[in-house]
Ligand binder design. Structure first.
Ligand code: PLP
Length: 953
């Protein structure tokens, strides 16, 4: 009997009948028989997942349960600051971006022709960061402020020419979580870090970098220009952690000598969210752009000579440079960077300055009131933050508590206050009362003349034309229309698991009970969020068969780093300091190698055999060669080749026997949930990608959550946090993200998914994901051979199509097919990973058979086009494949010079009846807004921010 209420019916695309059809096509009579042929017996779960997880709830009931948890959170007004501030998300951005699937279901813009909307927004983000920090080049977001500072440290280390003994200096008044994240990063790499008072120049000799906060964590504005000069005299870089809102009033870091600026764009319209997600940022001075970590958007030209955006330079850097990569960042914080860019456009330079000036004036008013009440404001140069010396801090906290306000806790005789955009007359009055006085008018000034900003910023028209909501709304719509996201078509990207991000799962993210929490507020105020975190943690443990988990890592790459660090510290704790070799198969995701280096390990590559499996012979040889120094083996399961290797248990055994630990990259967990458990088949630790398997949307390249999950012997080495003792074990290595629970505000998404699917639904989802992949593989194999299969000729939840022979015979490249798919209205599969010259396809369980067949039909039609080239009817240079994608302008051009008709070029999907919802025909046709983009041109002529106003004259 059908349970019409069941959410799994909505999440899983193929109906029972459709699944049956696919099984029959593959020659099976039941799902059980099919799965038994795919998942090796030696790893198959013997118990049902439904026995371990609570029974599935329907969509209405899950909202009620999320409500009940939300009600256990007490939303105070926060003036804690320390990197997290109240902000008002403009409703037009909240609804049309943060809550809009056209934005949040997009993928990382590796296919720039169908990503011009978010690329334009990210370009504006880079421009805003460059302008406000007065540095020449900014990237398209970092994971948070703490990791941005850590990346800046390693950047400084990379470009430093002096000795290995050089130290990294951090001012004591940098945000404490930033200091801690930097220290966690520095230790495994053997980088010496010293935390000291840098308000006066130090006397160190060998220094490669200096980190200060501007204004500092106590709110004080200090002139660091002499420190910068001193740092430069030592060949060191000066890094300023800074605040974009403050910089609308303050002399910019680039104007007083900083080489790098880092920070968080949170207060540009992104809710605090109990710590995240927000966009971290980094900008650097000229000359450092080629060392910049993370993603950089650049401008280039398309085939018609028109300007077009694309990822520049280090695109997929880890995949090319692997252990030599500048960082392991893959998923970043695109959605949040996009929101912050729109916030800057919405307010414009004048609006931002008005907000900042108001905050500064209110802070002055508070300072004068507090002073009049007999307390002492510790420093007189500030933007929005005061440290106040009081007689009895606990008493003040008690008074604040009675008004539901969180002051910053410093010590017994000091409290801190940071005001922000949300500060209104009421809270100002309440604050004055807490300190015992009434409101007093502002007096004097708090920004010293030498620190007052005189330079202009955000003068590009894009920041000066979105005054009315009408124009903003239409601009947002225009941009999202340029992009192809999951709300229009399947995105069959292997390894990326672009599945449904259900609306019910998204609901709670923007409820104030989850979105307005400060990460450093007292624990009793966020009991509901902590309960949700506990439950989600417990379920992930039950699903994977591990014993302990940390939700702190805010991307898969960060989970990898945390997991390898746990291995490293485990060995060290047993006196096994020499274990630093990490074995990684040649087919591994590039982040693996980059993360191993971050954890202070050396990467040794293991070859794969002809079937795509890890070569047991090579593994044995490498283990023998490195036995005493073997730290870990890092493998993906099912493999990145899309295959369930039955030898996995043997592999794990060999590594364990040699004293090593096994890291299983869990990005492919969508093939395992309910069927097999890495924590039980031999692995010691994994990271999961909640933004793949557990339905957090990709956001166009972030946010993500990459929990690190392990067996009990590694649990003492999971991340913790200096400002939240409940966030991890006391024996942990320190934080690897700025916030105790990382991107906490998006955890309700994965929580809701698991809660609504239940064990049975999750297991069915996995089975259908594998079934759909095998159905596609079988249908496409005659045209595009499937490269690797498992023992019974089956693939896992994804498959690799080998295009190399086609390229050899016809000259049609992987790129040609990827771009041609755009003309058919599809997003290309993953290209050339893990094998060059291939496609990797992952349909996921969320696509129904009609959509899968539509994709197969498009690939079939494309194969027909390739056949015409092979038959000599048209040359590859003249073919629609080579000229893809086609823009509307190009096919409507007065003089069409193509060797094929305009219709063949521009509307093959319509001609082939492939537009989804056929009745709308041409209307449903997706048009890329630019032609094929010349990547090399963009890298040669690097343009990464909007040109200055002078060029618009
Ligand atoms: C996606 C992925 C990663 C990295 O995850 P991010 O969240 O992008 O950092 C690592 N390994 C594999 C196999 C992946 O597919």
């Amino acid at each position: 009997m059908v349970d019409y209420d069941a959410f799994s019916r909505r999440h899983i695309g193929p109906s029972e009948d459709q699944a049956q059809t696919m099984l029959m096509e593959l020659g099976y009579s039941s799902m059980a028989d099919f799965i038994a042929d795919v998942v090796p017996q030696n790893i198959a779960m013997t118990k049902r997942l439904s026995e371990a997880l609570p029974r599935a709830l329907n969509e209405v009931d899950v909202i009620a349960e999320l409500r009940a948890l939300a009600d256990k959170n007490d939303v105070y007004r926060n003036v804690i600051g320390t990197g997290y501030y109240g902000t008002i998300t403009p409703p037009v951005i909240l609804r049309n971006v943060l809550e809009n699937p056209a934005w949040y279901t997009a993928y990382t813009p590796y296919q720039p022709e169908i990503s011009q909307g978010r690329l334009e927004a990210l370009f504006a983000f880079q421009t805003a960061v460059c302008d406000l920090t007065a540095l020449s080049i900014a990237n398209a977001s970092m994971l948070d402020e703490g990791t941005a500072a850590a990346e800046a440290m390693t950047l400084a280390r990379r470009v430093y020419k002096g000795s290995d003994d050089a130290v990294f200096l951090i001012d004591i008044n940098v945000h404490p979580q930033t200091i801690a994240v930097v220290q966690t990063r520095a230790k495994p790499q053997g980088i010496k870090v010293e935390v000291l008072d840098l308000s006066k120049n130090p006397s160190h000799n060998e220094v490669f970098g200096v980190l200060v906060q501007y204004p500092n964590t106590r709110g004080e504005i200090i002139d660091y220009s002499a420190l910068a000069t001193w740092a430069h005299s030592k060949e060191a870089l000066l890094i300023a952690a800074t605040d974009l809102l403050a910089l609308t009033l303050l002399k910019a870091p680039g104007e007083w000598g900083a080489d790098i600026a880092v920070g968080s764009a949170q207060r540009f319209g992104v809710p605090m969210g109990f710590g995240g997600p927000h966009a971290g940022f980094m900008s650097v001075r000229e000359g450092l752009e080629r060392s910049l970590p993370g993603r950089l958007i650049g401008q280039s030209v398309d085939a018609h000579g028109n300007p077009a955006f694309r990822l520049a330079l280090q695109t997929r850097e880890q995949h090319i440079r692997r252990d030599k990569a500048t960082s392991n960042i893959c998923t970043a914080q695109v959605l949040l960077a996009v929101m912050s860019a729109f916030y800057a456009m919405w307010h414009g330079p004048a609006g931002l300055k008005t907000i900042a000036s108001r905050v500064n004036r209110q802070t002055q008013e508070l300072a004068s009131s507090v002073t009049a009440s007999g307390h002492r404001v510790v420093h007189s140069n500030y933007f929005d933050t005061l440290v106040i010396e009081v007689k009895d801090a606990p008493e003040l906290h008690k008074r604040a508590d009675s008004k539901k306000i969180n002051l910053k806790r410093i010590d017994a005789t000091h409290v801190g206050v940071s005001l922000d955009e949300t500060t209104d007359a009421k809270i100002l009055k309440d604050l004055c009362e807490i300190f015992g006085g009434g409101a007093v008018g502002a007096t004097g000034k708090s920004i010293p003349d030498s620190a007052v900003r005189s330079s202009t910023y955000l003068r590009h028209p894009i920041f000066n034309t979105m005054r009315s909501e009408t124009s903003m709304l239409r601009y947002l719509r225009t941009l999202s229309d340029r992009d192809l996201a999951l709300d229009r078509t399947m995105i069959p990207l292997g390894s990326c698991t672009m599945k449904l991000n259900a609306t019910t799962e998204m609901e709670a993210v923007t409820w104030p009970e989850y979105s307005s929490l400060h990460p450093f507020a007292p624990a009793k105020q966020n009991a509901g969020s902590r309960e949700l975190i506990e439950q989600l943690s417990d379920w992930l443990i039950k699903i994977t068969g591990y014993d302990a988990v940390s939700l702190q890592p805010n991307a898969g790459s960060q989970g990898e780093f945390a997991g390898l660090l746990a291995i490293r510290n485990y060995h060290d704790s047993r006196g096994d300091q020499g274990r630093t070799i990490c074995l990684i198969p040649s087919s591994a995701h590039g982040t693996n190698a980059a993360s191993a280096v971050m954890a202070g390990m050396q990467v040794v590559v293991i070859e794969c055999d002809d079937h795509g499996n890890v070569s047991i012979d090579d593994l044995k040889a490498k283990i023998a060669q490195y036995s005493a120094s073997l730290a870990a083996m890092m493998v993906t399961y099912p493999s990145t080749h899309g295959v369930f290797e039955s030898a996995i248990t043997d592999l794990c055994g060999l590594v364990h026997d040699a004293g090593g630990q096994v890291y299983v990259d869990g990005a492919n967990l969508n093939a395992l949930v309910g069927l097999a458990q890495p924590g039980k088949f031999g692995a010691d630790v994994s990271h999961l990608n909640l933004h793949k398997t557990f339905c957090i949307p990709h956001g166009g390249g972030g946010p993500g959550v990459g929990p690190v999950i392990c067996r009990s012997h590694l649990a003492p080495f999971l991340p913790n946090h200096p400002l939240d003792e409940l966030a991890g074990p006391a024996t942990g290595p320190g934080p690897i993200s700025a916030a105790p629970f990382g991107s906490a505000s998006i955890l309700p998404i994965s929580w809701a998914y698991i809660r609504m699917m239940g064990g049975e639904g999750l297991t069915l989802a996995t089975s259908v994901a594998i079934l759909s992949a095998n159905y596609m593989a079988a249908k496409l194999n005659p045209m595009f051979p499937v490269l690797y299969t498992g023992e019974h000729g089956r693939v896992g939840h994804e498959c690799i199509l080998d295009l190399r022979e086609i390229t050899k015979v016809s000259g049609v490249s992987v790129d040609d097919i990827a771009k041609r798919l755009m003309d058919y209205g599809f997003h290309a599969p993953t290209m050339s990973f893990p094998v060059a010259g291939t496609f990797m396809i992952e349909p996921t369980e969320s696509e129904d058979i009609a959509e899968i067949d539509r994709f197969i039909a498009a690939m079939t039609a494309i194969h027909g086009e390739i056949q015409e080239i092979m038959d000599g009817k048209i040359s590859v240079e003249e073919s629609a494949l080579r000229h893809a994608p086609h823009t509307i302008e190009s096919v409507l051009a007065a003089n069409w010079e193509g060797s094929y008709s305009r219709e063949v070029g521009g509307t093959p999907s319509v001609r082939n009846g492939l537009v989804s919802g056929e009745i709308i025909g041409m209307q449903g046709k997706y048009w890329p807004t630019v032609g094929r983009i010349d990547g090399a041109h963009g890298d040669r002529n690097l343009i990464c921010s909007c040109p200055p106003i002078s060029e618009f004259a």
